[in-house]
Write a protein that binds this ligand. Structure first.
Ligand SMILES: Nc1nc2c(c(=O)[nH]1)N[C@H]1C(S)=C(S)[C@@H](COP(=O)(O)OP(=O)(O)OC[C@H]3O[C@@H](n4cnc5c(N)ncnc54)[C@H](O)[C@@H]3O)O[C@H]1N2
Ligand code: MOO
Length: 413
């Protein structure tokens, strides 16, 4: 039997439409700065970068062994005479005569007269006479100059995020400084009289403020500068002051809580007085009361207080907007098909991001839901390694059905 989601109303906007509106209202920052490679991790490139050198810069050996002319092996019955050594950083400097070979180490420049290397295990040394088993082909075990990149080839594009591999690529091609977009500053505060900072005693009715920690973690992972304005009580004037301070000090203001319809839910009200609301409430679960707008020059996103809702709306709605603001191209989610290990309950009405554990067996990828999926159950996130995407008007899904999953590691990538 299809149940109706009482929290879903036909006028709720689909999250895909919300993302389009969010992206429409922001621009990529025009501020850039030059940073050294050691400061460049997680920054976004504000320039296209071409290699200034061929890569590898010289032909070299891929193995420890002997370098020679391939044709000499047949001409000298597979026995060549040792003429010298080539080490990484120390090229062979002599002239190679017919029938001679050079002892060579991995990474050492290939002597000009040589075209092939045989690995040591396929050779036998008897004094200066080296018996060499013929390799499969001329050119074996040689890394040719420029085989990976030619000088002038594009290595990294504007808008790409500099991760560990990019740091290495930049160093490989000799780039010591890069132009990157300015780091965006995001101010964040939690609202709620029930919230206490960790480390303090809880009185009846109080809980620990977890959202500032999980959102801070997401912001740090996303490469943002972070301004923590603490916990603000459910007092309209305190919230107003926090809003104005946040908007004057940051590019984006994020809040947690107070966006629903409760008597102490002031976030949305203050925003409508001090700024503008672009939209409020989406067909998304968790995270329906997500609100967004502007306050002063800053963008505003009001994350719902429920801990899972705040993390999911950050990743699904705020992150695409921050990507654009810091110059990164949009990327469609990486969706994999997996077999459902246990049935999923869902009411038609909202797009759902249930939390799942993705693994593999002999039949392929499989996924199971992390137990209770309440929007307050943050362990459903910490136990999970993926989102299970469920369409807006989809209902229950049976065990064994194929569903789309999005690995967590790819979400903030
Ligand atoms: N009558 C209705 N009530 C609710 C609706 C609705 O449509 N009609 N929507 C529900 C949904 S969906 C959500 S999500 C929540 C979101 O409400 P708020 O953003 O106003 O959040 P709060 O009411 O402030 O808090 C909700 C929940 O989360 C806990 N919380 C809040 N902040 C934190 C924090 N920083 N760390 C840990 N936990 C936090 C808070 O104690 C509440 O339990 O509204 C539903 N209600
Ligand atoms: O959609 Mo709200 O986020 O339950 O839980």
């Amino acid at each position: 039997m299809q149940r109706h989601d009482p929290c879903s109303t036909p006028e709720l906007m689909h999250p895909d439409a919300a993302i389009i509106q969010l992206l429409d209202q922001v621009h990529t920052t025009t501020d850039t700065e030059v940073v050294s490679l050691t400061e460049a991790l997680d920054r976004v490139l504000a320039e296209n970068l071409a290699s200034q050198i061929d890569l590898p810069p010289f032909s070299n050996s891929a193995m420890d062994g002997y370098a020679f002319r391939f044709d000499d092996l047949a001409a000298f019955d597979g026995v060549l005479t040792l003429a010298g050594n080539a080490f990484a950083g120390h090229p062979f400097r002599g002239d190679l005569k017919a029938g001679e070979c050079v002892r060579i180490m991995t990474g050492a420049p290939l002597p000009a007269a040589c075209d092939t290397v045989q690995m040591q295990e396929e050779t036998e040394a008897n004094g200066s006479k080296i018996t060499i088993k013929p390799p499969k082909a001329k050119g074996a075990n040689v890394r040719l100059r420029g085989e990976e990149l030619k000088a002038g080839d594009k290595v990294l594009t504007l808008g790409s995020r500099i991760r560990a591999a990019e740091l290495g690529v930049l160093a490989t091609v000799g780039v010591s400084q890069v132009r990157v977009y300015r780091k965006l500053k995001v101010a964040f505060f939690s609202t709620g009289d029930e919230l206490r900072p960790v480390g303090s005693e809880l009185a009846p009715g109080q809980i620990y403020d977890s959202n500032r920690y999980s959102i801070r973690g997401l912001l740090q992972k996303a490469g943002m500068e972070w301004l923590d304005l603490g916990v603000i009580s459910d007092d309209p004037e305190a919230i107003r002051r926090a809003f104005l301070e946040a908007a004057s000090r940051a590019d984006v203001v994020l809040t947690s809580g107070g966006v629903s319809v409760g008597e102490a839910d002031f976030t949305k009200q203050i925003l409508s007085e001090e700024g503008q609301i672009t939209f409020w409430k989406l067909a998304i679960k968790p995270g329906k009361p997500f609100a967004c707008g502007r306050i002063g020059k800053a963008l505003f996103c009001g994350l719902p207080g429920n801990p899972v809702s705040s993390m999911v709306t950050f990743q699904k709605l705020v992150w695409p907007m921050l990507r654009k603001m810091q110059g990164m191209a949009q990327k469609p989610p990486l969706l994999l098909e997996a077999r459902l290990e246990s049935p999923i309950r869902k009411q038609p009405g909202r797009v759902e991001y249930q939390r799942g554990i993705l693994s593999r067996d002999e039949l392929g990828l499989k996924v199971r839901i992390t137990g209770g999926q309440g929007s307050g159950m943050l362990t459903s996130m910490s136990l999970a390694n993926c989102f299970v995407h469920l369409e807006q008007f989809q209902g229950d899904t049976a065990e064994g059905a194929m569903v789309l999953v999005e690995p967590f590691d790819s979400v903030l990538d």
